[in-house]
Design a protein around this ligand. Structure first.
Ligand code: UFG
Length: 360
């Protein structure tokens, strides 16, 4: 994509202090955009926001603060990353997901309508598909989420169609698969870490004794779940491209290659030189066996290609960042956050999906 296409645009980024948001903000700034980050810092970090961006600390649920922030910015477009995004947590507290991902989303759209902002790029998820009927997953795969997180993302997707019809908002919904890796300055630092790669790297850093493998009896080559890992810088590039959209649409964003949990751990051992002991655990509730994207629709619409498609490159960039910042951003915990070390209840295991056939 020609980055010049977005130069000079004024972009309002919700969740711009989070993992994917902060790296997208960096890329927007490098491409010549003016960026305002709107984030309540419940999951994001002040230190993750590039100094060239404006940071407004506020909550999407606070319509007054949000309205003032958007009116003061008068952006050309909004990129909406802010969300609660833990599948397991969503099973226990669905209300949090409908409030933060749906109610907050309505507030954002309504503020956009009031101010006349007509362009939105939205972080959706492969979780909207539930248990995919075929692999790789195309956009025509039925959307039948199996957890409240996926349902909340699908509800927002469905609202977008009507906001376009009634209010002319052009939106691009990007259904992320598993985002991984880091930029030089920014990486993944969740207050409660549930994701595979950062958990494995914590073992290599000596912060944990072992990594747990959730499920070793799936119908996959090594019995562990297959996921499609896409580099966060490629995801950021996709957002810049999506800002140039001339019409609305929903697109998958992944590499099209599936790596098992076992393969990810082997790759991390190679990159870090650490033995990374593992402990087999029961399946984690809500995990489909296999999620691999067909991103052909986005590639042909926007000329996007993942430039860092190799898993080793993703792991190496994450490892470099974690070595530089072994304790992440080390900032003070903010409103609404949960201190690290809060026990995580392992949910009862259900076996939803057995087969995993890759057809493309
Ligand atoms: N896993 C382990 N051990 C861990 C962490 C994860 O075995 O310590 C396994 C999981 O069970 C899963 C795989 O590694 O099989 C990947 O798990 P992640 O938590 O890294 O990622 P998910 O596939 O669960 O989640 C990602 C995004 C979500 C998004 C989801 C869509 O992080 O935001 O994809 O299904 F909703």
């Amino acid at each position: 994509m020609n980055v010049g296409a977005v130069a000079g645009l004024r972009i309002f980024v919700t969740g711009g202090a989070g993992y994917i948001g902060s790296i997208c903000v960096e890329e927007l700034l490098d491409a010549g955009c003016q960026v305002t980050v709107f984030d309540n810092l419940s999951e994001g970090h002040r230190a993750a926001v590039d100094a060239r961006a404006e940071l407004i600390v506020g909550d999407l649920l606070d319509e007054v603060v949000l309205g003032k922030a958007l009116a003061a910015t008068r952006p050309d477009g909004v990129i909406h990353f802010a969300a609660s995004a833990l599948v397991g947590e969503s099973m226990r507290t669905p209300e949090k997901y409908f409030r933060n991902n749906v109610v907050a989303g309505v507030n954002l759209l309504d503020a956009m309508v009031r101010i006349g902002v007509k362009r939105l790029v939205f972080s959706s998820s492969c979780a909207t598909y539930g248990l995919p009927a075929a692999i790789p997953v195309g956009e025509s795969n039925p959307q039948a989420p199996i957890n409240p997180y996926g349902t909340s993302k699908l509800m927002f997707e469905q609202m977008l169609r009507w906001y376009e019809q009634a209010h002319g908002i052009i939106s691009v919904g990007l259904r992320f698969f598993n985002v991984a890796g880091a930029s030089i300055r920014h990486g993944e630092d969740h207050r409660i870490e549930t994701h595979l790669i950062p958990n494995v790297l914590r073992v290599a850093l000596g912060q944990r004794d072992h990594v747990e493998i959730f499920g070793t009896d799936y119908a996959t080559p090594d019995g562990t779940c297959l996921r499609d890992y896409v580099h966060v810088l490629d995801v950021a590039a996709a957002h810049l491209a999506a800002l140039t959209a001339t019409g609305s649409g929903f697109y998958n964003l992944g590499n099209g290659a599936g790596y098992s949990v076992g393969e990810v751990i082997t790759c991390c051992r190679r990159i870090t030189g650490h033995p990374i002991p593992t402990v087999a655990r029961p399946r984690r509730e809500g995990d489909p066996a296999c999620l691999v994207a067909d991103s052909g629709k986005f590639k042909s619409a926007f000329g996007w290609q993942p430039l860092r498609a190799d898993l080793a490159e993703m792991v190496a960039s994450a490892w470099a960042w974690h070595q530089r910042q072994p304790h992440g951003y080390q900032d003070v915990f903010s409103i609404g956050s949960i201190a690290p070390g809060t026990p995580h209840r392992q949910l009862a295991t259900t076996h939803h999906h057995e087969s995993c056939h890759q057809t493309g």
